[in-house]
Design a protein around this ligand. Structure first.
Ligand code: NAD
Ligand code: UFG
Length: 364
């Protein structure tokens, strides 16, 4: 389904050498673990720093197994926290990095409302420390995990990268502030090359069913919740909102397969290495297609053969009616576009769920 890369994208691909050394923060997490696997397959040497606050070492054992012994030896793991300069000193003193992919952060919207200090400390302080160590060690190429949350409740859809940015909660504000901080850092020192990737709704899992999303506690997000209903861990899905002005009354989002997202990071890295004057550039990573909550439930039922009982509930405060991405810029400039649709997302999510009903744990 993906178009052949444009000629400029192929040139960029050739300039991406296979032995790049990449530091991945939060590499044991959901999106990080899938991206690390693709980086290893790309021939990169990968170092991870993760405090395992929202992840487990088993995820990386499985990444190593999927990569195979030859590539797995190119993966190093540091147990550490970005808020600790001592931890960062260890990571940066042991190796030179060509680039950093920065996933580490807290991401639960509700928790961010209840615990703003924690979110500002973890996401802002951690990232500022990281920039400080990168600058000190002459590594000035960064791919940052931003989010469609920076579009707030968009007035128009699809969301285009140059829309005005807004934030609706402390989590969203951390992403907004971190985007601004990135722009300021790059403006002050043009040697920096920074790509801000605005993810829409990442779902699915690696096709092997060996790695996937494993949230702690009751899931906040739609697909992990549906998955837990399907395996019998939760009785029914609350569908938040039945009176949105959409085709079936439920809200619309742009779901993107996590493997497409992982490949988007490889495309972004290639772009960073190839483009001296990239500055600080933002790209949406989405499919450009909007799917309603009820359509997603139906697609998952079809993929899994399981009935998902639903309860129609009032809207969740702060939720937008419809959000989906304009994908033109990423397609044109990164030579990347999503390959998978919701059928494959649900198929792979179910494959992961059915093989790992309790995530990386073997039992409750
Ligand atoms: P995740 O929680 O699975 O992964 C984040 C990882 O970072 C975890 O392994 C966690 O232990 C680690 N971490 C957190 N704070 C840290 C710190 N201070 N020091 C070291 N490690 C730390 O989340 P994810 O879904 O993989 O998301 C990755 C990034 O993408 C996050 O920045 C998130 O905000 C962003 N994002 C996620 C989504 C989504 O729906 N999953 C959407 C948009 C943006
Ligand atoms: N939903 C339900 N029931 C649930 C969970 C969610 O009906 O149990 C609905 C929500 O109301 C929303 C849709 O499913 O209409 C998607 O909700 P998610 O929580 O899965 O995702 P959001 O679009 O709210 O937010 C997600 C991440 C944010 C990120 C944003 C954009 O949680 O961190 O995508 O990338 F910023």
């Amino acid at each position: 389904m993906a178009p052949p890369p444009s000629s400029s994208a192929s040139t960029e691909r050739e300039t991406m050498t296979t032995r790049r050394s990449v530091l991945v923060t939060g590499g044991a997490g959901f999106i990080g673990s899938h991206t690390v696997l693709q980086l290893l397959r790309e021939g990169c040497h990968v170092s991870i720093i993760d405090n395992l606050d929202n992840s487990v070492p088993e995820a990386l054992d499985r990444v190593r197994a999927l990569a195979g012994p030859a590539l797995a030896q190119n993966l190093r793991f540091f147990l550490g926290d970005l808020r600790s300069k001592e931890d960062l000193e260890k990571v940066f003193s042991s190796k030179r990095y060509d680039a950093v992919i920065h996933f580490a952060g807290l991401k639960a919207v509700g928790e961010s409302v209840a615990r703003p200090f924690l979110y500002y400390d973890n996401n802002l302080v951690g990232t500022i420390n990281l920039y400080e160590f990168m600058a000190k060690n002459g590594c000035k190429k960064m791919v940052f995990s931003s989010s469609a949350t920076v579009y707030g409740q968009p007035d128009k859809i699809p969301c285009v990268e140059d829309f005005e940015l807004k934030a609706m909660n402390p989590y969203g504000r951390t992403k907004l502030f971190l985007e601004e901080i990135a722009r300021d850092i790059q403006k002050a020192d043009p040697e920096w090359r920074i790509i801000l990737l605005r993810y829409f709704n990442p779902v699915g899992a690696h096709e092997s069913g060996q790695i996937g999303e494993d949230p702690k506690g009751i899931p906040n997000n739609l697909m992990p919740y549906i998955q837990q209903v399907a395996v019998g861990r939760l009785p029914e899905l609350n569908v938040y909102g039945k009176d949105y002005p959409t085709k079936d009354g439920s809200a619309i989002r742009d779901y993107i397969h996590v493997m497409d997202l992982a490949d988007g990071h490889i495309a972004a890295l290639r772009k960073l290495f190839a483009t001296e004057d990239i500055g600080c550039a933002a790209y949406n990573l989405g499919t450009g297609c909007g799917t309603s909550v009820l359509e997603m439930v139906a697609a998952f039922e079809k993929a899994s053969g399981k009935k998902i009982p639903v309860k129609l509930c009032p809207r969740r405060p702060g939720d937008a009616t419809a959000v989906y991405a304009s994908t033109e810029k990423a397609q044109k400039e990164l030579g990347w576009r999503a390959k998978y649709g919701i059928e494959e997302m649900c198929r792979d999510q179910w494959n992961w769920a059915s093989k790992n009903p309790y995530g990386y744990r073997s039992q409750p």
